[in-house]
Ligand binder design. Structure first.
Ligand code: MEV
Length: 304
């Protein structure tokens, strides 16, 4: 049975600016994952056409009935070509996920990476993380026209990365584990729309985008060393600039302020913004209880 697993990701620094070539820092979240696996049909199943079952996106259909413009269909056609398959597998592709969708944690890229890995496992093909990432990147382009590549890179390699579009990336070694809370506003947002909006106002946003890049540059040594005070301070500054480029919203601002008021050293939105998730950094694990309590009180859902 071919199987593929991919983690979620959270962007610590640099979302949106990374689309314009500024550096970004992201880490995988292995506690929440997407799993794709090939399952045989049961004896009672009448039809035996390649079938996709993905409750997270409400998809339960034969492959032939799925519209070609769906990124998942495009991905599978790409994989079939790559693997020289003349016919789709007579199996069920089951896709299960604990990653909230449309909320900044890379659910789309994780779905692609899990499916790619499942196909390669099913057909005993050896592809490395870089090849997996480049296929996932092609599919990211169907979700939104100008992805930076940060999501697919972090998720395919499954390691913290310092990433710069057009220049490549480096895997970061973190000296210590961050006491990071990830929580969801419950508001779904469409990455492509937010990215497009930032682009539409590029003239006004340009200086802020550069400022976000400078923050990511400064944050790199702090993240590697685990300098919590510096990371927290830079997270707060990063959130302020994300507000300036108009990708935050009332709920995200309330959430980050609440987290800070209850002991977080730093807090910011993560991902595309206008809803979705945010992150808050605590100095010690014991501080996390109070911060989480305050976030639940304002209606946020604790993811990690
Ligand atoms: C989305 O997770 C991150 C953005 O910076 C878009 C991208 O990097 O492609 C908003």
């Amino acid at each position: 049975m071919g199987i593929g697993i991919a983690p979620a990701k959270t962007i610590l620094f640099g979302e949106h600016a990374v689309v314009y070539g500024e550096p970004g820092i992201a880490i995988p979240l292995w506690e929440i994952t997407t799993t794709a696996s090939f399952q045989p049909f049961r004896d009672s199943d009448r039809k035996r056409d390649f079938h996709i079952h993905s409750p997270m996106i409400g998809l339960d259909a034969d492959f032939s009935d799925i519209p070609v413009n769906l990124p998942l269909k495009k991905l599978i056609i790409r994989l079939m070509n790559l693997l020289h398959l003349t016919e789709p597998p007579a199996k069920i592709l089951q896709i299960e996920s604990t990653i909230p969708i449309a909320s900044g944690l890379g659910s789309g890229a994780a779905c692609s990476v899990a499916v790619i890995r499942a196909f390669f496992d099913e057909y005993h093909s050896n592809f490395d993380d870089a090849e997996i990432s480049s296929i996932a990147f092609e599919i990211e382009k169907s979700y939104h026209g100008s992805p930076s590549g940060l999501d697919n890179t972090t998720i395919s390699f499954g390691k913290p990365v310092y990433f710069q579009k057009g220049k490549g990336f480096e895997i970061l070694k973190l000296d210590s584990k961050l006491n990071l809370i990830v929580a969801d506003t419950g508001i779904q947002s469409v990455t492509s729309a937010v990215v497009q909006d930032v682009r539409n106002h590029y003239e006004q946003n340009q200086a802020f985008i550069r400022a976000i890049g400078i923050i990511a540059e400064k944050a790199r040594p702090a993240v590697e060393k685990g300098d919590v005070q510096e990371i927290g301070q830079l997270m707060n500054e990063n959130h302020d600039y994300l507000k300036k480029i108009n990708v935050s919203c009332y709920e995200l601002d309330l959430a980050v302020e609440t987290a800070r008021k209850h002991g977080a050293i730093g807090a910011k939105l993560t991902g595309a913004g206008r809803g979705g998730n945010f992150i808050a950094l605590a100095e010690k694990p014991s501080d996390m209880i109070e911060i989480k309590k305050s976030l639940v009180h304002i209606g946020a859902k604790i993811i990690l």
